[in-house]
Each structure stands twice: as structure tokens, then as C-alpha cells.
Design a binder for this molecule. Structure first.
Ligand code: EPZ
Length: 418
């Protein structure tokens, strides 16, 4: 895996960033394409995770052709619904292929998903949903085999508003026999995008307090869809403006999707303005940390912005207690930030106290533990005078399209070396 070199201490970032399509919307939508006929996706980001999703589709006999700014997906070959462990191990989203491949082939074998190591991240909710809908699931070591001649609708309640489990429920229910009601479903905008995609293909999904899906017991039709903008990418660039005292204009960004983080930045002293499909942020040099931040399911503070906020708080005024409520161990960035001179006390794997000091960080050689840890380390490098190295840089390429080009355009000296 390659590494990033980032030269900090330069001018504050300034200029315009064009936000890409959302990784966490594109991945479930690519999986859901298995249920459709001809699919044309616009604004599908070029990431290592979408490349892995394309490999899985290829194994199952689907083409994934990029032409112009779009992607065409269609079943073109017999294919097989046995996805190699090496592919499944590359990302968490491989688990999202179980439901659509089961419906398409009647039987599917995959392996436990990989992805960012943020805790146990079991797939019990995904499998329990499929069992409730009539699938037979067998697990042997890391392999999972699901069998079902047909799936039937269910009325169920998720024990936790899991994003992935909600997406599995939707993809299993849209082509099942009968109606499904999913209570306590996740409310993230990426799920709305998946529902919009499937409804365009002929599904009947209604998002309200209860997620209601009228199954049609047949596959879906043709669909053209534009992937929503990536709210976490937008938040990460907003954090870059905040940490350097700069100003940015984010094109193709939806304020509502990242409002919880934007409100924290405004409480800290930034000016953030929504402007149709763009966001403008201007940050003074001095910002004041919030006393307490707790991550929670949408629309509250997103766990995927927690590492980036931790890096920002490390170099701004005041103490900030951060509580991670979604994942057991999303704290790989803490020791790495402390290596750069941050003063963060790890009170537990879910709770840390950031002692914000306005002094600059020191450049260092750090290691990205996962995707958003890597993003936090890039932000920290902007607040350090000199050249920092971030190893395991491949994690960052999983979720940030064209990051070197986009960062360079706003004044950052950054390089990815293999
Ligand atoms: C999605 O992961 C996102 N990934 C994550 O983004 C995001 O952090 C997470 O949702 C929460 O918003 C994609 O969409 C590809 P969950 P997912 O199921 O679906 C537990 C990033 O950086 N759980 O909502 O895996 C689980 O362990 C990534 O872009 C079970 O116990 O998240 C976790 O503690 C990181 N059993 C909690 O629920 C299950 O069957 C929330 O997980 C499923 C989940």
C-alpha cells in the first residue's frame, strides 16, 4: 500500500472543490443493480471500493462499463453467485451483495466482509432479516451461504438503526412476495438515494417513520440514476478550511446532509452558508472547541466525521470530550495524532478528551488505521509545519476521489507515492 506526503504550514486553503458522488450511496446502489435490467449511473465515484464492487459484479456475470461520465451495468453472462474471499475481504460493502445475489440466483456464497476495523462489525442483523424472509443461511468458518426459492415480506424491527442492515432489508424486500414493514430503520441520506434508485426501476418503497416496501415478486426494470453528493467528503474539506483558517466553496454539496457537522463548525466560530447545491465556509484563525460531541445515527453527528473533528479540535482552543457511540473502537487516529504533538487522553475505546492547544503540530510519519483515520491525519498534517508522511495511504483512496488533485487546487502541497 502507498503513502501520502503532505506539506503543512502553508497558506490557508482557499478556492473551490467539486464534491464527488457518495461512496456510501454508490456501493449499495451498485449491489442493487443486480436486481435490475439495464442500469446507467451518473456521478459514480472512481474509488478502489467501487472498483471492488465492479469485480464482484463481474464474477456474477454483470458488465460494469464506464463511458463518458457514466457507468453502464447489465447482466451479460451466466456468472456465478460465489464471490471469492479475497474480494469480500476488501470492503464492508461486500455484505450488501448477499440479498440481491440471493434473489437473482436463488443461492449465493460470500465470505465475511472486510473493511475498516472499527469494532466487531458483525453481520447478524443482515442474516437474521434474510432468515425472517425465508432464506436458509449456513455459515462455515468465514463463508456464508444463503438459499431461498423465494422471499416473502416481513414486519420487523431492527435492534439498532444499522445502515447496512436497512439496505439489505430493502434489497431483499423489493422483489419479495408481499409487503414489508421495517421499524427502526436507519435514516441516512444514502438510503434515501438507494430507495430513489430502486423506485425508478419499478420498486414501491415508502420512507416514513416506518419503511414500507411493497414486494413485486419479480426482478426490476431499466433505470438511470445520478448518485447523490458525498456528504463526508464535503465535511472533510470543510474541516480542511477550518483547520487552516481558510475559505472554500464546495460545489455539488447538500448542506442538509452534513448540517450536524456544519452546526458544530459554526459553534466553533466558522461562517458556513448554504447556497442551493453548494456550501460556502470561511474560518477565522482562532476557533473554540465544543465541550462535548457524541456520534449518533443520522441526522445527528456522523461517526464518519468523528476522526476529522478530533484532528481539528486538537489544534483549536479548549477541551473537547468526544464520545463514539456507533463503533466500539473508532479511535485508531488518537495515538497517531498524539505522535504529531496533539494532547488527547484516551479515556476508553469509545471516549477521548482532546486538550486543544493552539500550537502547531509537528510533522511526523504516521499510519492510517482506516479510511477516516487517514483523512484525519491529512488534516493534522495541514496544521503541522513541514512534511508529514501518512502510511497505508490506500485506505484514503477507498473514499476520496482525486484527493491529490482536489487538495492541490485549493493550495495544498500533497503527493501520493506507491
Ligand atoms: C455504514 O457502515 C457506512 N459504510 C459506514 O461508513 C458508516 O460509518 C456506518 O454505516 C454508520 O453510519 C457504508 O455505507 C459502506 P452500521 P455499516 O451497520 O453499514 C453494528 C466510512 O468511513 N452492526 O450502521 O457497516 C455495527 O457493528 C464507513 O465510509 C451489528 O451489530 O454500519 C456498528 O457498531 C465506515 N450487526 C453499528 O451496528 C449488524 O448486522 C452500526 O453499523 C450490522 C451492524
Amino acid at each position: 500500500m502507498g503513502y501520502f506526503k503532505v506539506w503543512g504550514g502553508g497558506l490557508p486553503v482557499s478556492g473551490e472543490v467539486c464534491i464527488s458522488g457518495a461512496k456510501n450511496a454508490a456501493l449499495p446502489i451498485i449491489a442493487a443493480a443486480v436486481l435490475c435490467k439495464r442500469v446507467c449511473l451518473e456521478n459514480c465515484p472512481r474509488l478502489s471500493d467501487t472498483a471492488t464492487a465492479a469485480e464482484i459484479l463481474d464474477t456474477a456475470g454483470f458488465c460494469f462499463d464506464r463511458c463518458g461520465g457514466g457507468v453502464n451495468i447489465e447482466k451479460t453472462d451466466i456468472g456465478c453467485a460465489c464471490i471469492p474471499q479475497e474480494m469480500c475481504g476488501k470492503m464492508r460493502s461486500s455484505v450488501l451483495f448477499i440479498a440481491p445475489l440471493l434473489r437473482r440466483f436463488g443461492c449465493v456464497t460470500l465470505f465475511m466482509p472486510g473493511g475498516c476495523r472499527l469494532g466487531a462489525r458483525p453481520v447478524d442483523m443482515h442474516l437474521d432479516l434474510l432468515r425472517e424472509m425465508g432464506a436458509k443461511i449456513s455459515i462455515c468458518g468465514d463463508s456464508i451461504t444463503a438459499r431461498a426459492d423465494n422471499l416473502h415480506g416481513i414486519k420487523t424491527r431492527l435492534p439498532f438503526p444499522s445502515v447496512g442492515a436497512t439496505e439489505t432489508a430493502i434489497m431483499a424486500a423489493v422483489c419479495a412476495e408481499g409487503e414489508s414493514e421495517i421499524h427502526n430503520a436507519a435514516k441516512e441520506p444514502e438510503i434515501d438515494d438507494l430507495c430513489a434508485f430502486l423506485n425508478k426501476a419499478g420498486a414501491d418503497i415508502r420512507r416514513g417513520e416506518i419503511l414500507v416496501i411493497r414486494g413485486r415478486n419479480s426482478l426490476l426494470g431499466d433505470v438511470r440514476h445520478r448518485i447523490m453528493p458525498d456528504r463526508i467528503e464535503a465535511g472533510t474539506y470543510m474541516a480542511a478550511a477550518a483547520i487552516t483558517g481558510g475559505e472554500l466553496f464546495l460545489k455539488n454539496a447538500v448542506y442538509e446532509h452534513i448540517s450536524a457537522f456544519a452546526e458544530v463548525l459554526m459553534q466553533m466560530g466558522c461562517a458556513v452558508r448554504e447556497n442551493g447545491d453548494s456550501i460556502y465556509i470561511e474560518a477565522p484563525e482562532r476557533l473554540y472547541n465544543p465541550e462535548y460531541i457524541a456520534t449518533a445515527p443520522y441526522p445527528l453527528f456522523p461517526t464518519d466525521m468523528q476522526p476529522q473533528l478530533t484532528a481539528l479540535a486538537a489544534v483549536k482552543c479548549g477541551d473537547c470530550l468526544i464520545k463514539e457511540n456507533i463503533f466500539e473502537t473508532r479511535c485508531g487516529h488518537v495515538p497517531q495524532l498524539n505522535k504529531m504533538g496533539a494532547k488527547i487522553e484516551l479515556l476508553s475505546r469509545r471516549e477521548f478528551l482532546v486538550h486543544g492547544t493552539e500550537s502547531r503540530l509537528s510533522p511526523a510519519v504516521t499510519e492510517a488505521a482506516d479510511l477516516r483515520c487517514g483523512a484525519a491525519l491529512i488534516l493534522a498534517a495541514l496544521a503541522a509545519d513541514g512534511c508529514s508522511v501518512i502510511k497505508n495511504g490506500g485506505y484514503i483512496l477507498r473514499g476520496y476521489e482525486d484527493i491529490c488533485k482536489k487538495m492541490s487546487l485549493i493550495g495544498v502541497k500533497i503527493k501520493y507515492c506507491t
